[in-house]
Write a protein of this length. Structure first.
Length: 327
């Protein structure tokens, strides 16, 4: 194994908590740097250590960074509603601290930096198969700052400091730090626990990716030929379905009676991303489906894994953010 030590920034979040399992399985030494505002739900292991720290604390970052070969940057105030609760706080976490962090990593011997951007950077497109070279037309501050961070990272890439960017679709499936504010997870939660789903609109296309494939994509980039990924951007979102089709897929997968109601909406955003580049350039293919994500969540519901899943703030970013006093 060429690289052994990974710093997972934001590693206690929805994707990070699941990604740790994948990294440990491959015997990477993983350190999670996080504020742990959604608690620490990560399984204990000899391969895992923890640093409770704010991503904006440059002194702290500088004091620990020399030990790592790879940095995977997942930390952010995630999704537009959470971002808009406190725009200045969100800007400080999602953007202002990013360039100092990248510079610290490069200056202190980090060899590979992987950044989680978002497919929302494309904005609304009226055609299918949006590729990485498409014009970026972000509609919100959240996605605008993702674009700006991408531009910053590209400035710092070098042969010795390999940088790559993933633009994920909406992630779905089970994590020990669960989210029920993402479309497939929302629909599954409502279907299982209320036996009723309300679909707003329904014709809008939404790209999704199973959380297991999301985690696999990071591992794939860690192990990829550096000449193939340095300075490159990859969409990761293999299933593009309408919101109504997603609801119907949930109902079909759960195999019990679920009422689907449709209502009008002013939100008619629709987009369809292509993941052909990561398939062709890196030979990365998805192995898990939306149905697999629904089944995994249903299994967790049946085992009473979640506490009050319809209301518990720990599963909803915006509810949790409203009750926190970050500065």
């Amino acid at each position: 194994m060429k690289y052994k030590k990974v710093l997972l920034i934001g590693g206690a979040g929805y994707v990070g908590t699941r990604l740790v399992d994948y990294l440990v399985r491959e015997k990477y030494e993983v350190t999670i740097l996080d504020l742990f505002i959604y608690q620490n739900n990560i399984a204990q292991s000899e391969y895992i250590s923890f640093i409770k720290a704010d991503i904006r604390d440059n002194l702290k970052i500088r004091s620990v960074i020399k030990n790592f070969d790879i940095v995977i940057h997942l930390a952010c105030i995630s999704n537009d509603p959470s971002f808009d609760l406190n725009p200045e706080l969100s800007k400080s976490i999602n953007y202002s601290c990013f360039e100092p962090l990248v510079k610290i990593c490069k200056d202190n011997g980090v060899k590979k930096f992987l950044f989680a951007s978002s497919s929302s950077v494309y904005g609304i497109k009226d055609y299918d198969g949006v590729i990485e070279d498409a014009k970026l037309e972000p509609l919100t501050d959240y996605s605008k700052y993702k674009v700006m961070c991408e531009e910053i990272l590209q400035k710092y890439k070098s042969k010795e400091f390999v940088c790559a960017i993933l633009r994920p679709a909406t992630v779905c499936g089970f994590s020990r730090r669960q989210r029920f504010d993402l479309v497939v997870n929302i629909l599954t939660n409502l279907a299982f626990n209320k036996k009723e789903i309300t679909v707003f609109g329904g014709d809008q296309l939404r790209p999704n990716i199973n959380i297991n494939d999301m985690c696999r994509s990071y591992l794939h980039l860690i192990n990829a030929d550096e000449n193939l990924i340095n300075g490159e951007v990859f969409n990761v979102g293999f299933e593009n379905q309408s919101v109504l089709k997603l609801a119907e897929t949930v109902k079909k997968t759960l195999k019990f009676d679920v009422v689907i109601k449709r209502t009008s909406t002013d939100d008619n955003r629709s987009y369809h991303v292509s993941s052909e580049k990561i398939k062709k350039k890196l030979n990365f293919h998805n192995k898990f489906t939306i149905e697999d994500a629904i089944k995994e969540l249903a299994d967790a519901f049946e085992k009473n894994y979640f506490s009050d899943p319809l209301n518990n703030e720990m599963y909803f970013n915006i509810k949790r953010m409203k009750n926190l006093r970050l500065v």
